[in-house]
Design a protein around this ligand. Structure first.
Ligand code: 8YV
Length: 323
């Protein structure tokens, strides 16, 4: 980051609404005049800002966009851009870009990992061995993942990557999405509730935002709980906003569903104490794409988008609304 200076600087001015990761920070600083997103800096540099650097969790509001008359591009290092007011950006001719595809493998891998961890109770098993409790007796029996019924809420690029992996576990696969995808060999269900009723594992991998807010509510959780004698397990690798967290905690506490594997939460990085207290829940801190390889690929793609748009070229991966 640099503070505003009187010396002329040929690098385009870019506002970092997310702190750039170490793996891209030097490259960004070499090519752009990066500014921190605080009131004092904004007051000084707002008219010069041509680009915004954001993460998948960043908020870029209509108010912020309105303060930046020279803004041309909002480059999100993430596939999800539900925090960006795309309509406000579009209305101003600002292009929003994101980083699809390069993270499909990682997020799908984590979804399988969370399903396995929750089904086989891996964190509890690890705790038992570490605590020296193994001599006292065996773990309670867990449940089998292979051959179980997987319901995917969302069948986009990452949903399909999860399905491919789940086939290797002999799982039967069904999904719900805005519309059926007849080209895919998986059963379509018209709603999350209908899907939950025929699933042992319900995996949420749909975009966040107003359209999916609290889609997984008490009714869906009740259906997941009643669909099989073993009761279902919920996995969320999408956005915390898609699940009604209070309803989820109630369902877990009351034994309505068997367990959960959660990578995302309503109020990150804060996770309710009641959720943290539940042993049948496996929790991770939004690490779906958090491998060195994938974060590098995401950062490079976001950088390219920013660089290209600020030099009069087309973006590699604009969000669908800006294509
Ligand atoms: C990251 C994500 O948390 O891609 C997304 O939508 O949520 C994540 O991969 C983040 O955007 C990394 O900057």
């Amino acid at each position: 980051m640099t503070t505003p200076s009187a010396a002329p600087d040929a690098r385009p001015d870019v506002l970092a609404v997310a702190t750039p990761m170490a793996l891209i920070a030097p490259r960004l600083a070499e090519h752009f005049n990066l500014h921190a997103n605080d009131a004092a800096t904004l007051a000084a540099v707002a008219p010069r800002i041509r680009g915004i650097w954001a993460s998948g969790e960043s908020k870029v509001s209509a108010e912020l966009i309105a303060q930046l008359p020279a803004l041309q591009v909002i480059a999100v290092m993430g596939v999800g851009y539900d925090g960006v007011d795309v309509a406000a950006a579009k209305a101003r001719g600002v292009v929003v870009t994101h980083t699809p595809d390069v993270l499909n493998d990682d997020v799908a891998d984590l979804a399988i990992g969370l399903m396995l961890s929750a089904a086989r109770q891996l964190p509890a098993a690890d705790r038992l061995v570490r605590a020296g409790d193994w001599p006292k007796g065996p773990m309670p029996l867990a449940r089998k993942l292979s051959g179980a019924r997987l319901g995917l809420v969302g069948m986009g690029r990452i949903g399909q990557a999860i399905a491919q992996r789940a086939l290797g576990f002999g799982m039967s696969i069904a999904y719900t999405a805005r519309s059926a995808k007849p080209a895919l060999p998986f059963a379509y269900q018209p709603s999350a509730e209908a899907l939950a009723a025929v699933s042992d594992f319900l995996v949420v991998i749909t975009p966040g935002g107003a359209g999916t807010r609290r889609l997984i509510d008490a009714k869906v959780l009740a259906a997941l709980g009643s669909g099989s004698p073993q009761k279902g397990i919920l996995v969320n690798v999408a956005r915390g906003s898609v699940v009604d967290e209070a309803a989820l905690i109630d369902a877990l506490e009351q034994g309505v569903i068997a367990g959960a594997g959660l990578d995302v939460f309503e109020n990150e990085p804060h996770v309710p104490e009641r959720l943290r207290a539940l042993p049948q829940v496996v929790l991770s801190p939004h690490i779906g794409s958090a491998t060195r390889q994938t974060r590098q690929a995401m950062a490079d793609l976001a950088f390219d988008n920013l660089q290209r748009l600020l030099h009069g070229q087309a973006a590699r991966t604009p969000v669908p609304e800006c294509r």
